[in-house]
Unconditional design. Structure first.
Length: 265
């Protein structure tokens, strides 16, 4: 029997996460349910797609990921998608298209079970039931009719200008330490990393002249640029304690979708 992961923008103060857990436990007490994340910004689909997109490959085939971020922002449609041998349930708000990226889902069906009219809490009222159905081996097609089109959103793409020796990317996630994770992969920087010199341009007249090897490396005014464990360029503050106290995001005034540029010679 598969397991279910639960992600949302509910946070941990309010009762909503616990209520969905309670419904899942009532429907199938034998099922294992894991919290993936509940700290996404309200309706922040790029953040949700990043967290889930990075995490789901660590889970076994057949895992069901119940995504309750912006769950009322799908024009009254909720979807279940099979991708890479796993299932994803969410509102038709664009988050599933972000998870797909350049890949193609094996199948996408509407979630049409349960009493949906007028609901203010789809996760509790019927999406939890859909997740249990899939986790127990139920067919995706039994949830509702198949769909060919879903709401489409796209992640920002890096701009690699070899002629001008310039690379531009964007911050796509800010972690719990305030570290700024960009959409620039290690292979995007291969030429720059072997160049005679490089400069990572930051706001407030700051720049970094090297890519560090680890978080313990020597920082420049406390700030580091490094390739993190996900293989992405990250801007970090040495020994940061949180986003608010001394994280790179607050110190540099950068957040999701902020531009990061690199020049090299």
């Amino acid at each position: 029997m598969a397991l279910i992961t639960l992600s949302s923008d509910y946070g941990f103060k309010d009762p909503y996460r616990a209520m969905v857990h309670g419904v899942l436990a009532t429907l199938a007490p034998e099922l294992k349910v894991l919290d993936l994340s509940h700290s996404m910004g309200p309706g922040n689909l790029i953040e949700a797609a990043f967290v889930i997109g990075q995490a789901y490959s660590a889970f076994p085939p057949g895992t069901v990921h119940l995504i309750l971020c912006g769950e009322l922002a799908g024009d009254g449609a909720w979807l279940a998608m099979e991708l890479d041998g796993q299932y994803f349930i969410a509102a038709d708000n664009g988050v599933l298209s972000l998870l797909q990226g350049a890949r193609r889902a094996k199948a996408i069906h509407r979630v049409e079970i349960g009493e949906q009219a007028g609901t203010m809490f789809p996760g509790r009222d019927f999406l939890a039931k859909a997740a249990v159905h899939l986790a127990q081996g139920g067919a995706l097609s039994l949830l509702g009719k198949g769909v060919d089109r879903i709401k489409s959103l796209s992640m920002p793409k890096p701009n690699l200008d070899g002629g001008r020796r310039r690379i531009q990317g964007h911050v796509i996630y800010v972690d719990n330490y305030g570290n700024l994770i960009t959409n620039l992969k290690a292979q995007d920087l291969s030429e720059a990393l072997h160049a005679r010199s490089l400069e990572v341009h930051l706001p407030r007249n700051r720049s970094l002249s090297r890519i560090a090897m680890s978080y313990q490396d020597n920082p420049q005014d406390g700030v580091l640029a490094l390739i993190n464990s996900l293989g992405l360029l990250e801007i970090a503050y040495r020994d940061a304690r949180s986003q608010e106290v001394n994280g790179a995001s607050s110190l540099l005034g950068l957040g999701i979708m902020s531009e990061i540029s690199i020049s090299y010679e």
